[in-house]
Design a protein around this ligand. Sequence first.
Ligand code: MRU
Length: 334
Amino acid sequence: MRVRYRGEIIDAPSVSRSGLSAIILDQRSIPSVVEFRTATDLPDMADCIRTLSVRGAPAIGAFGAISLAICLAKGIPSATAYGALLSTRPTAVDLKNCMDRVMRAYDRGGSDAALKESDDICSSIVDSCREIGRIGASLFKKGERILTHCNAGALATIDWGTALAPIRSLARSGMDPLVYVSETRPLLQGSRLTAWELSMEGIRHKVLVDSACAHLFREGLVDSVIVGADRVCRNGDIANKIGTLDKAILAKRFGVPFYVAFPWSTFDPECVRGEDVPIELRDGTEFAQYLIPSTAGDSEYWNPAFDWTPSELITAFITERGVLDPSRIGDTPL
Ligand code: MRU
């Protein structure tokens, strides 16, 4: 992904491995400060995920795979490393799926095989995202006005993105999309991260507060919605950033297609329906203390990080395997 770093434009992945170090673009401080963070020990690796230094389902999966492989190479017991990393965040299934791949490689061929598998996982995520971009772009017309929520871009996937992949493809082929970016309270992944990525690529976009979305639809300003996913259930329900369900309901109400883009590592055939997805509840001080104290201070908080959207509200899935009918995802061979 294109990044302005210390005054220069460089091409950098959001997650990578160098020897026995895991390296990420630290997503907590973007766009104010663009800095890399290096994690070499298990507590620090777990902290990177828990504090959203690295975030977005495929990026967490890639980082978990790299971290686990490094821990195994350093002789940390597999159960200790696997357990500590898995307990960081519950909703995105990529973390488990990618770490399971590393464990299988380790059982077959030891720590060298585990490290190689973590590298292969990173390459396959990037390849899948490029394919999602190529396949997804065919669904949109020239000048399409597209609403997205949270950040499902290169930051969330190493490179290219899921929801942002077709948008990148459209922009590169001169189709001039206009992206509406909902700010995504409380941690502002939309206004801080997605808008920054789109700026880096020179793609037209407008940021709006979450509560402006219904009005945006009623004004007829949206042609389609595209979001990523943290977990896709066997029946086609999806979990994604809190506020995704609102957009899906609005899209249905106003007759606008609602697309969900994801790589196969986000599919969880063991999870039958949306009700079964563990929804992460985060500390309410995330929004009570943001920028300025925003509550009287003695309130209690309810701060779910995700919601789930029933498959009946989803027009189509965009995956590296093609454009799929959400209600038939469970029939797709693994
Ligand atoms: O809490 P976050 O920022 O990790 O939530 C991320 C999302 O909800 C993304 O939309 C999802 O992981 C898809 S990323 C390609």
